[in-house]
Design a protein around this ligand. Structure first.
Ligand code: PRP
Ligand code: MG
Length: 177
């Protein structure tokens, strides 16, 4: 869906750093996108096009999911809800635990911000194993809302994150692979 021009610009801008933060991981540094406001605007336009008219609210995942998520929600003129890492939001909160490669993690939202029956877009910058996004979707469903879309700037194919998201029967979009 993204134009070849946008894909090429992003490929030239995003830096790939080998063995960070641990050996074997290829880190994608998106920070250079924010040095180029025109490119940032084009990314937002691309992500907004996917969701226009289809969602009632956007949930963004801390922290890199906020960098694009809020701009998407503002452009769509819908509420933006923070999904945060454990211990950052004051009560009352709803939380969801999930497994990491070693140990576990937990994410939270403030109770009452997601409304029953809302059509939700979950946005994050990157889909890798899908563990974080899967937990976010469970958190949304727990609150009686429907996950209708997932969007990412980057969807890494090799880690099969999309497999984990299939059960939600939502549309999935990523600007880049
Ligand atoms: C990264 C990335 C996604 C998640 C993807 O976030 O921004 O949120 O990992 O991984 P997964 O699909 O394997 O779950 P990270 O936890 O590094 O934190 P950050 O966004 O705060 O930098
Ligand atoms: Mg993240």
């Amino acid at each position: 869906m993204a134009s070849q021009e946008l894909i090429s610009k992003l490929e030239a801008t995003i830096e790939n750093i080998a063995d960070f933060p641990i050996p074997g991981i290829q880190f994608k540094d998106i920070s250079s996108i924010f040095l180029d406001p025109k490119l940032y605007e084009e990314v937002i336009e691309d992500l907004v096009k996917f969701s226009k008219g289809k969602v009632d609210a956007v949930c963004g995942i801390e922290s890199r999911g906020y960098l694009f998520g809020i701009a998407i929600a503002v452009a769509l003129e819908v509420p933006f809800i923070l999904i945060r890492k454990k211990g950052k939001l004051p009560p009352p909160i709803i939380s969801e635990k999930y497994d990491l490669e070693y140990g576990s993690a937990e994410i939270e939202t403030r109770e009452g911000q997601i409304k029953k029956g809302q059509r939700i877009l979950i946005h994050d910058d990157l889909l890798a194993t899908g563990g974080t996004t899967e937990a976010a979707a469970k958190l949304v469903k727990k609150q009686g809302a429907e996950v209708v879309q997932f969007s990412f700037l980057i969807g890494l194919k090799d880690l099969k994150g999309e497999e984990k998201l299939k059960k939600f029967n939502a549309e999935i979009y990523h600007t880049l692979e």
